[in-house]
Structures are given as structure tokens and as C-alpha cells.
Ligand binder design. Structure first.
Ligand code: MEV
Length: 313
């Protein structure tokens, strides 16, 4: 019987530090309970990919894996990708894909499972996708849990797993898929940085303070989660990565006593992707979402990183 491997990797949210992380500032991320699945099986007739729109991504991942692992023969394969993570909304679907497919090839080739190597290769796949990623998204998808992550240089990226308290109930609101890609949003901030380096550096430094605030929150030294979310959102708005439509929605959440921020690259033309929302009284948020007909769902944080779902012959 043909060898069949199934691997899953989680999506992520960024509690604080998106964009600033590209410039060497720290970020705090968490893996979430939405996963992407990659199944690979030996086939006799070359490469087949399901759904077929994913073919170019799979081909490109295959090339990266073949080059990095110096293997020649990875051609007769059936690859099936399925996902619970909405695509292109800031939940790390492309990183989860890169991590899951790399791990699947490791299993398929019977290589020892080496998370460091898998993470490195997944970063290589992400780089072709987004030009200049920080590497935070693939790292959280590989290791899971909560991470403090920092890209010191292209070569040196450091992270630490955060043992944390039970997190209060958080919701995700999908403000809609941004028109812009992550790469375009990173580039937008880069152009702002080039125009006004002092202003942007100042904002990044303030983001870093909020990121440290989240660390204190996770270690119970600080309790005001709502204020941290609110300040982080204000700084992201100052960086120019939140659309007017999304800002209006966030102001409405604040009016009912809640807090919300975008998570990830954002978007300005129309939508800004996923938002993290918090209210001390979750029922208020639930009835607000019903009234406004929002796509809102509860999210579990600190979930497991990449894992093998099936390895059978
Ligand atoms: C994307 O999820 C987060 C950004 O900071 C880009 C990156 O870290 O590569 C906007």
C-alpha cells in the first residue's frame, strides 16, 4: 500500500509587535485552535495537487525542500491541502502551510523530526512568498504555545516559549480579507519608515512597551488586558495599517466597553483582516456581534505546534 502522511500546523494571532518585528523589535504571538492540514501520498503519475489552485504553492514548497535537504526525487506525489484557517486574513495560513508541508516531507523521507530545521525551511518558503518576513509566523506555527519572538538579523532569530496563565476569553472578528497582501503592507510601512524614520522608530518603541506589557500580563504582573489591546491598536493606526472601515468598527466595540485590535499585517484600502476582541463581559460582545452581523468566533490560545496526524503504509 502507498505511504500516506498527514500533518497539521496551527494558525496564529499576534498579541503585540506586528510590523515592528520586521525592524528587530520583539513580538508576542500565540498559536490558535485553527489548523491547516497537508496530506501526501505516493502516486504513480507525477504530481497532483488538491485543490488544484494550490499547485504553484506546493511546487514552490517542493523546490525549496528539495534544495535545502539536497534530495532529488520528490515527484510522484498526491498532495491534499485543507484548512480551517481563513486565507489572507492575518491568521498565518501561509506560514502554517509552509510548516505543515515541510514536516510532511520530513516524515515522507523518514528524516528525524527536527523542528529547528523544519522552521528554517518553512522560513525559506515564506520568504519567497512575502519578500521580507520576520519569521515569527512560521516559528509560532512550528513550536505552538505562546512565544516571545525577535529577529535580530537575517541569520539570528531568537524566541522563548512563554509559560503563561490561563488567558481570558478572547474573540476574533473577521473584518474581511484585505485587498493588500502581507508583503504589500510590510512595504507600505517601509516606505513610511523611509519618509519619517524618527516618527516610525518612536512608534515602534511605544509598541515595544506594549509588547512588554503583554509579557507582564502573561506573567500576572499586570492585569489591564483591555488597555494593552487599545494602545496597541492606536499605534497600529499611527503606522497606517488599519482601514477607515475597520477603525469605525473598533470604535463601536470600544463604545460598548470592549477593546479590539487588528492582528497581523492589516489592510487600508477596504478591510484589515482579523481583529482580536476582548470584553470583560463577553455576553456584551456576543450580542453586539449579532446585532452588527459580524463574523465573530471564540478562539483558544496556546495551542500545539506542528503535529503528525497520520503516518501509515
Ligand atoms: C504578519 O503576520 C506580521 C508582520 O509583522 C510581518 C512579519 O512579521 O513578517 C506584519
Amino acid at each position: 500500500m502507498a505511504k500516506k502522511i498527514k500533518v497539521s500546523a496551527p494558525g496564529k494571532i499576534i498579541l503585540s509587535g506586528e510590523h515592528a518585528v520586521v525592524y528587530g523589535y520583539p513580538e508576542v504571538l500565540s498559536a490558535i485552535d485553527k489548523r491547516l492540514f497537508v496530506e501526501i501520498e505516493e502516486s504513480k503519475a507525477g504530481l497532483s495537487v488538491f485543490p488544484s489552485e494550490g499547485r504553484s504553492y506546493v511546487e514552490h514548497a517542493l523546490e525549496t525542500v528539495k534544495t535545502k535537504l539536497e534530495v532529488g526525487k520528490l515527484d510522484n506525489l498526491k498532495v491534499v491541502v485543507s484548512s480551517e484557517i481563513p486565507i489572507g486574513c492575518g491568521l498565518g495560513s501561509s506560514a502554517a502551510f509552509a510548516v505543515a508541508i515541510t514536516t510532511a516531507f520530513f516524515e515522507f523521507l523518514k528524516l528525524p523530526r527536527n523542528l529547528k530545521k523544519i522552521n528554517e525551511i518553512a522560513y525559506g518558503i515564506e520568504k519567497k512568498q512575502h519578500n521580507n518576513p520576520s519569521g515569527g509566523d512560521n516559528t509560532i506555527s512550528t513550536y505552538g504555545g505562546f512565544l516571545l519572538y525577535r529577529k535580530e538579523t537575517e541569520m539570528f532569530k531568537v524566541f522563548s516559549s512563554l509559560k503563561t496563565r490561563v488567558f481570558p476569553s478572547l474573540f476574533l472578528i473577521n473584518s474581511g480579507k484585505p485587498i493588500e497582501t502581507t508583503g504589500e503592507m510590510v512595504d507600505r510601512v517601509r516606505r513610511f519608515y523611509l519618509r519619517s524614520p524618527l516618527k516610525v522608530e518612536k512608534t515602534f518603541k511605544e509598541v515595544e512597551q506594549v509588547t512588554r506589557g503583554f509579557l507582564k500580563f502573561l506573567s500576572k504582573e499586570e492585569s489591564n488586558l483591555g488597555e494593552l489591546v487599545k494602545t496597541n491598536e492606536e499605534l497600529l493606526e499611527r503606522l497606517g495599517v488599519v482601514s477607515k472601515k475597520t477603525m469605525r468598527l473598533i470604535r463601536k466595540v470600544e463604545k460598548i466597553g470592549g477593546f479590539a485590535k487588528i492582528s497581523g499585517a492589516g489592510g487600508v484600502k477596504e478591510n484589515s483582516g482579523i481583529m482580536i476582541a476582548y470584553h470583560a463581559d463577553p455576553e456584551k460582545l456576543i450580542s453586539f456581534a449579532e446585532k452588527e452581523r459580524l463574523d465573530m468566533f471564540r478562539v483558544k490560545l496556546g495551542e500545539k505546534g506542528v503535529r503528525i496526524e497520520q503516518n501509515a503504509c
